[in-house]
Design a protein around this ligand. Sequence first.
Ligand code: ADP
Length: 419
Amino acid sequence: MLLGAIADDLTGATDLALMLARNGMKTVQYIGVPPEGADFGDAEAVVVALKSRTIPASEAVALSLASAKALLAGGAEQIIFKYCSTFDSTDAGNIGPVAEALLDLLDAPIAVACSAFPAAGRSIYMGHLFVGQVLLSESPMKDHPLTPMHDANLVRVLQRQARGKVGLVPLAVIEQGAGAVRAALEAAQKSGHRLMIADAVRDADLRVLGAALAGARLITGGSGIGMGLPDNFRAQGRIGTTTLPVRMLAPQGRAVVLAGSCSAATRGQVANAIAAGSPAFRVVPLEVASGAQTAASIVDWVIAQAEDRPPLVYSSDDPEAVKAVQAQLGRDQAGALVEHLLAEVSVILRDHGFTRFIVAGGETSGAVVESLGARALQIGPEIAPGVPWTRTPELALALKSGNFGAADFFVTAWDMLDD
Ligand code: ADP
């Protein structure tokens, strides 16, 4: 293993694993903290998927450190700490505390923090994160159920979470190339900085960053930060060129979509699938809380649907409805209620012969995959930027971060699977 990565949620891990695989590294995604002495086979990169984005910071730190130790024991030379391209976090963490704990563990002086992913519309300029054409704080992320983002200035956001000093590597420096970036990081280190937000508005900027970070012990960011790193190992003649498949053989069995994301893109995908004639079941959190809707009743509905179109089970709702539910149930309780329900539905469906799942939502996917007991995912063809099909021996899984994918994702992703 050359690269070891720790992602704070499952779909983020998949996204990074896809990025590394697409750039030619043999990559495996591992679900949860690997046990001591875990065998990573011939993987050149291993991405550990945690579910640590919204848990207490101290727990996120403990899980991340345990993962880093397992990856280092497996031979990793560089550690990536991967978080969401929209910098999903709160003032309590968890990006700052985890990054600083990893710096301490690795005895590293400074790390870059860059969540930019231009292909998905996330760009950073002067430390400000844009989602498409609007600032993060004006994007749908302002209404996220768990990590609402009200400040687009990432230097400020990260500084509120960090003990050490946070600075900026501006685009003007990135444009001067890897040497200038390295010099800027050295100067920042001398002036007492520990974490540096880095601007990036094009893939070329991420490649410059990647080149500048050859040999860096810790790198933090979105999946985009993984774009330029494989080339460093290739330049040293330590990896070859593996290519991504364009189709994937899927196990025989029925298919279903489970959507627990309330992100704008997912709500559009739900509307699109319903308009295209997909049978759809709307999960209503208050009815789940009252016991009127149960996993068993939802499964009965799914099984009763015709087999020609994968049915859709969704809890996705608009920001006002989510706020109303949260006011009644509590934010975390509402989230956990829906996540557990969809996870339970997935397990019962698997036991009824369902083998093909699309799951929308990072937290939701984490809950589903944990319940399904999947540990290692092979990376398959890319459905949309940041979203591959993945395989375990028994299942085909597409785990979609809420905001990713085109409007027809739930309808067309199936076309890449072979029987
Ligand atoms: P995303 O990838 O869009 O962030 P997540 O699955 O990570 O999606 O987060 C969405 C959160 O919102 C989950 O905890 C989910 O259980 C919760 N949730 C889903 N539907 C509703 C709803 N109708 N009301 C309140 N919370 C909801």
